[in-house]
Design a protein around this ligand. Structure first.
Ligand code: ATP
Ligand code: MG
Length: 600
């Protein structure tokens, strides 16, 4: 609908767009290593310096008051986390306050489902807004009053141009715009018409209220921007009380002012809106917060635009907003990310004035650092192949001691049952081992973690298909882990589970959602959707997990030995059929990038 298209500044066609810069791995690695070097004291940045300076100069009567202002038109993503950490973080650091304000000025796109999810996600990240939960819609009456004040000052007028005509009159970056033929309406006529707009006398898009600024301004945002438009839509909070709604530009600064915000922090695309932000507040003569812009977060292999994320959900490329492949906080949470890891990441990427793209490997690095400390180890076999230990007594079961977390001995030990029939990982056996393959193969030995050394003495195959059905092995009873004879060396140790004691489970492996580092990089005639990775989800249905894992709860984190970090899927897992999500693999590409950066 043309009349709603301009609600948010992002929709202005001619708006300044800071370019997305290519990932510079080496620079990124250097920056990150600098930052990690001073890990305990959060790195400083230009916004913190501004706030500190303001406090030192006694500005704002020594107050620091920020806000996080989401529009409830989608779930929060990791870019929002950066903004949340910044706004709540500064308030906490300087003894100030941070409000949660729903910027709900466009009823055609907004929904209470999003309000609920946003609350939950901000809380999950670890931030508390106390009783300061506000809504731009709570200010509709006051905003209307502000608009009347500006009309009375002769600085706003009701315009009858259609959206298309307005665009035509606006001019371009190189050509000035032309005055609207309705620009010189009298104050009284404007007041009457504006009241009639409010009273519902005109259809959608028939008229707008515009600020009377300068149609020749070099800044397109100052060419008589729209303050109000007509939209007969039911609002999730105000119902049908209003049929005119303020634009982002007219609502945002005034909402900041009403709440006594001192530092209004937003992303770079609003830089060219700042003169307008200032203009409205100057006209009204009210408390005037300072708008400060910073570079939004971009991540490789990821899209962070609600418009695009909505498309992924609506067209069912994913199972929902909380699909573990989504870069939403709900998706990360379901996948097993911790809020601590996300906050650490947000601290480390810093706050800059220039747009850039962060390597997703850095986020995974922060995650592994956190999970390595807290995740209990366990054994699971994703692609099982049966092993029968021929010289092990048929009815014998041994409970072997296993360490829960070598990084944290306070997490103790557990026992894992060992018996004659086991499962090992398909890829830990090769009938024809290539050079350098030291795991199990015919005639070769391998150590079973926490157990014994076994040797492969035979392979049973399906006579029809030739597929391997069973490995016949023997074990060396002298080599039990922890025993006096256990020091005999073999080249590899592999994980396993006891067939009779293990439980079947489904495991979901996730890969990047997009196959290109920059999902927007497409050949002519294609769009970003063509870069969706068709194999981003791999479902394994016949995995075997050690018995204790069957009682794992949502929210528990595990490291499956040699495989990665996993968690119980909080939505689909059942006691009788556990479902695990792979949170991350063990390989840390970011650590390697950092190392390479230091050497180079
Ligand atoms: P999107 O572009 O994904 O639709 P948005 O800016 O329209 O996001 P809002 O709900 O308006 O979404 O965002 C709330 C706050 O979060 C704003 O202050 C916005 O600047 C900030 N924000 C949004 N995306 C990012 C990002 N990628 N990095 C940092 N901050 C962001
Ligand atoms: Mg926005």
């Amino acid at each position: 609908m043309a009349s709603t298209a301009c609600y948010k500044p992002a929709a202005y066609v001619l708006q300044f767009r800071a370019g997305r810069t290519k990932v510079d791995r080496k620079v990124a690695a250097e920056n990150a290593s600098e930052v990690t070097a001073s890990a305990d004291s959060a790195p400083s940045h230009f916004i913190r310096n501004i706030v500190a300076e303001d406090l030192q100069q006694g500005r704002n009567l020594g107050r620091v008051h920020t806000r996080f202002p989401p529009e409830p038109n989608g779930y929060l993503h990791i870019g929002h986390a950066k903004s949340i950490c910044l706004n709540f973080g500064l308030a906490a650091e300087f003894g100030g306050l941070c409000n949660l304000r729903f910027d709900d000025t466009n009823p055609s796109k907004e929904d209470v489902e999003y309000v609920h999810s946003i609350r939950e996600d901000v809380r999950w990240l670890g931030f508390d807004w106390g009783d300061r939960e506000y809504y731009a819609s709570d200010y509709f009456e006051r905003l209307y009053g502000f608009a009347v004040q500006i009309i009375k000052a002769g600085k706003a007028y009701v315009c009858d141009l259609s959206a298309d005509q307005m665009r035509e009159y606006r001019g371009t970056l190189t050509e000035p715009g032309r005055n609207s033929p309705f620009r010189d309406r009298s104050i009284d006529e404007n007041l009457n018409l504006f009241e009639s707009m409010k009273a519902g006398k005109f259809p959608d898009g028939a008229r707008t209220l515009r600020a009377k600024i300068d149609m020749a301004s070099s800044n397109l945002n100052m060419r008589d921007p729209v303050m109000y438009r007509i939209l007969h839509a039911t609002h999730h909070r105000t119902g049908d009380r209003w049929c005119i709604y303020p634009t982002y530009d007219f609502a945002h600064g005034q909402s900041d002012s009403i709440e006594g915000i001192t530092h209004s922090i937003c992303t770079l695309e609003f830089e060219d809106h700042r003169p307008l932000y200032d203009w409205f507040l100057d006209q009204l003569g009210v408390h005037h917060p300072q708008q400060i812009e910073f570079a939004r977060l971009n991540l490789t292999y990821t899209v962070l635009s609600k418009r695009k994320l909505i498309q992924l959900v609506q067209h069912q490329y994913v199972s929902g907003w909380d699909d573990p492949r989504m870069p939403t906080l709900a998706g990360f949470r379901r996948r097993g990310y911790t809020s601590e890891a996300i906050r650490t990441f947000c601290d480390r990427i810093g706050v800059a004035k220039r747009n850039s793209t962060v390597d997703i490997a850095m986020l995974e690095h922060c995650l592994r650092e956190d999970l390595n400390k807290r995740a209990a180890r366990a054994m699971a076999v994703l692609r099982p192949i049966k092993v029968v230990i021929q010289n092990y007594p048929e009815d014998q079961v041994e409970e072997l001691e296993a360490v829960n977390n070598p990084e944290d001995h306070s997490m103790g030990t557990r026992t894992v049952p060992f018996s004659r029939v086991l499962y090992i990982e398909e890829e830990d056996f090769r009938e024809d081992p290539p050079k350098g393959f030291f795991r199990l193969s015919p005639g070769r030995e391998v150590r079973l973690r926490y157990a014994y050394i076994i040797k492969c003495v035979g392979v049973i195959k399906d006579p029809q298909t030739g597929a391997i059905m069973e490995l016949q092995c023997t074990y060396d009873p002298e080599t039990k882990s922890g025993s006096s004879q256990s020091s005999r060396k073999v080249k590899a140790t592999i994980h396993w589970v006891s067939a009779a004691h293990s439980v079947e489970a489904e495991v979901r492996l996730y890969h990047h959602m997009f196959s290109k580092e920059d999902p927007d990089e497409v050949p002519e005639g294609r769009d970003w959707l063509s870069n969706i990775n068709p194999t981003s989800l791999e479902v394994l249905k016949t995995c075997r997990i050690e018995p204790l894992l069957a009682s794992a709860k949502a929210g528990d984190h595990y490291q499956f030995e040699r495989l990665g970090y996993f968690c119980v899927d909080p939505v689909d897992s059942r006691t009788e059929r556990p479902v695990f999500n792979r949170t991350a693999t063990l390989r840390d590409t970011w650590a390697n990038i950092q190392k390479a950066g230091k050497k180079g």
